[in-house]
Write a protein that binds this ligand. Structure first.
Ligand code: KIV
Ligand code: ZN
Length: 512
């Protein structure tokens, strides 16, 4: 019988460390439900001690999710571990993931601790975590740049103390597949009690090798858990992409010969959900989940596909959940059909009032756009959720004028703490004009780091989804807005980003 490969998703923790990707509790719950639907084995729901928001999100996810193990990260100290345990209390299956840096550079320069002190702290942390659960993961941070003799000492000691998973972290994406796999192999061979634990890989993508390193960790090193994120989300160049790992192991079962519990039909819906919530667009040529991943443009390929599909296709788009542009609802669809589609998409609005509000927005959209797709519904619900939290600013309306040879002009109406505000502005283009108009009242002092527009579906009728990334005083946030009119979508995205900058509940800095 083939070994099981455990899929540990850290989109909600390491993925969230991407600048601007921080998510609200409701958004995290939606993603956690999708991960459960996809049958992910372990969901790292956050880092309980990082902020009250993180704590509350983990607590909510722990009480809602039944089929996946819920995990919280914690530094190797009693306070963090106790917070993690408290947040995880309601979980049917819980894991505490504790870590401490083991590389000479991190120990000396960051922790200012001697190796013996780090060893002692690692032992104490695992011992303390055992008071709360038997499922304990230990990560030597910057493991791939650590001294092998020292790693052996630390890992043998924490296994003796009761750690059940050892996660060999390539924190800065420095590893090279063969070397990384061999390091792990050597650790397993040298540590006398290595057979008592599951070995795990956790790779960052700084050199574009996170997936290759993870798979080498499995094949050469004998790891049986991979830590990954949807769309490879994560700080800097991101983490190992879940969809690539799962499809590689499945498509090349002849080579990997491992069992996976994942429902692959949920991969594309998960990718779209994460991209839409975080505002991190998926590049078109991204493996498995990119818009072009299954598009054959050249004549030779098209001819081959028509004759025999497997001439140029190693996976089937529909198997991973591409049901592109499936027409789901239209102008004449009723409230029940809408509610049923929400349920099918795994969206549980809390009250009938919320369903009514979302349905009213759906009707508005259906008046402007005849065909409504799943992606439109996801965007609409997201807008609705934004409208429900305690945001300062809400978009009301705008008018805009641009003509060749004239400076574009915009008039925007929005509410600020419930009061209607009207503002006007000019700019280099229509989007610049609306940003200047809003800023003439809000004076945000923020710098715009990124502006991107993506069509949610295909065709010129598609809604545009705009992401605006703002930075102020070292804090980076992403705002997302969707509308068939991309200038309106831009105004919504800008106001959404300003709301996040203002929010006191958002984490100041999700980095560890
Ligand atoms: O990259 C890293 O080292 C981490 C650890 C906390 C596992 O994310
Ligand atoms: Zn990491």
């Amino acid at each position: 019988m083939a070994d099981k490969l455990i899929i540990f998703d850290t989109t909600l923790r390491d993925g969230e460390q991407s600048p601007g990707a921080s998510m609200t509790k409701d958004e995290k719950i939606r993603i956690a439900k999708q991960l459960e639907r996809m049958k992910v084995d372990v969901i790292e729901a956050g880092f309980a001690a990082a902020s009250p928001g993180d704590f509350e999100s983990i607590k909510a996810i722990a009480s809602i999710i039944k089929d996946s193990t819920i995990c919280s990260l914690s530094r190797a100290n009693d306070h963090d571990i106790a917070r993690a345990a408290e947040a995880l209390q309601a979980a049917e299956r819980k894991r505490i993931h504790t870590f401490i840096a083991t590389s000479p550079l991190h120990m000396e320069k960051k922790l200012r601790m001697t190796p013996d002190q780090v060893l002692e702290q690692a032992i104490q942390a695992v011992r303390y975590a055992r008071n709360f659960t038997d499922d304990i993961e230990f990560s030597p941070e910057d493991g791939s740049r650590s001294d092998m003799d020292f790693l052996c000492r630390v890992l043998e000691a924490v296994i003796k103390e009761g750690a059940t998973t050892i996660n060999f972290a390539d924190t800065v994406g420095y590893a090279v597949p063969e070397l990384y796999g061999n390091m792990l192999k050597s650790l397993r061979e040298r540590i006398p009690n290595s057979d008592k634990v599951v070995w795990s890989v956790h790779c960052h993508n700084d050199l574009g090798m996170a997936v290759a390193n993870s798979l080498a960790g499995v094949m050469i090193g004998g790891a049986r858990q991979i830590e990954c994120t949807i769309n490879g989300l994560g700080e800097r160049a991101g983490n190992t992409a879940l969809e690539e790992i799962v499809m590689a192991v499945r498509t090349r079962k002849d080579y990997f010969d491992l069992q996976l519990g994942i429902d692959i039909s949920q991969i594309v819906p998960a990718s779209k959900l994460v991209s839409q919530i975080t505002g991190f667009a998926v590049q078109p040529n991204k493996a498995v989940v990119g818009a072009n991943a299954f598009a054959h443009a050249s004549g030779i390929h098209q001819d081959g596909i028509l004759k025999a599909r497997d001439t140029y296709e190693i996976m089937r788009a529909e198997d991973v959940g591409w049901s592109a542009n499936k027409l789901v609802l239209g102008k004449l669809s009723g409230r029940n059909a809408f509610k049923q589609r929400l349920e099918e998409l795994g969206i549980a609005l809390e009250s009938e009032t919320e369903v009514n509000a979302a349905f009213a927005r759906f009707k508005e959209l259906a008046d402007r756009k005849s065909d409504i797709f799943d992606e439109d519904i996801l965007a609409l619900v997201s807008d609705e959720e934004h409208a429900h939290n305690n945001d300062a600013f809400h978009y009301v309306s705008l008018s805009q004028r641009s003509e060749t040879g004239e400076l574009p002009y915009a008039k925007v109406v929005f509410t600020s703490d419930g009061k209607e505000v009207t503002c006007e502005g000019n700019g280099n283009g229509p989007v610049d004009a609306i940003v200047n108009a809003i800023d003439s009242k809000v004076q945000s002092g923020a710098e715009l780091l990124l502006f991107s527009v993506n069509a949610i579906t295909t065709g010129t009728q598609s809604q545009g989804e705009v992401t605006m990334r703002l930075s102020r005083a070292g804090r980076i946030v992403n705002g997302v807005g969707a509308d068939p009119d991309i200038v309106v979508a831009s105004a919504k995205a800008y106001l959404s980003a300003l709301n996040k900058l203002q929010s006191k509940t958002e984490k100041l800095n999700p980095q560890i």
